[in-house]
Design a protein around this ligand. Sequence first.
Ligand SMILES: *[C@@H]1O[C@H](CO)[C@@H](O)[C@H](O)[C@H]1NC(C)=O
Ligand SMILES: *[C@@H]1O[C@H](CO)[C@@H](O)[C@H](O)[C@H]1NC(C)=O
Length: 226
Amino acid sequence: MAPSSYFLLAVFLALVACQANASDPSPLQDFCVADKHSPVKVNGFACKDPMAVNADDFFKAAKLDEPRNTAHSKVGSNVTLISALQLPGLNTLGISLARIDYAPLGENPPHTHPRATEILTVLEGTLYVGFVTSNPNNTLFAKVLNKGDVFVFPEGLIHFQFNPIHDKPAVALAALSSQNPGAITIANAVFGSKPPISDDVLAKAFQVEKGTIDWLQAQFWENNHY
Ligand SMILES: *[C@@H]1O[C@H](CO)[C@@H](O)[C@H](O)[C@H]1NC(C)=O
Ligand SMILES: *[C@@H]1O[C@H](CO)[C@@H](O)[C@H](O)[C@H]1NC(C)=O
């Protein structure tokens, strides 16, 4: 091949790689503010008439500087997500944001975002965080983070954050690479599905007595993500 052909091949491969790595599709216009009342079913939300768009479509007085209540959460955390649902201007832009408050000894339990990588920074306190790689290795990558530290959770992998300090809350801010990252909390999905998964299935999967599964399924699996 001529050198120029190699160059074109490299550009082509780079473009293909970009496409394959992007979790949300790239926008085809400057913006596509979500029209949540549109009956049109598309991937994401239909676009509001661009002539009717104004600055408020890209704005939310989210008060993300203010602490959230963690006192009523069984796991001791409260996730405030700003996705395309809360901020219509995010539609098609492939990004969202969350404030996470942790009570002393509180945690954001093991969960995955099916559509997003997450980059998290600690604003206050200390967090023990980690993620586990996919099969067959299931390697845990974990770290204690202090104020100002940053950690990244790769797309789709199970991850958690725990505040190990017994007398101090913690706060983190996370950015996610999807307008709608989704969240699957492992315990809730497995033991709290409606209707429940057969205890025969779960007893074999978890290698425990059916009674243990029945007990787990009888618990209230509260959702800390909104
Ligand atoms: C999260 O915090 C908000 C604001 O403090 C509160 O209204 C909401 O009930 C809290 N959620 C949980 C699960 O405690
Ligand atoms: C999983 O572990 C095997 C054996 O140690 C290693 O060769 C492989 O690179 C690992 N895979 C990943 C994705 O870390």
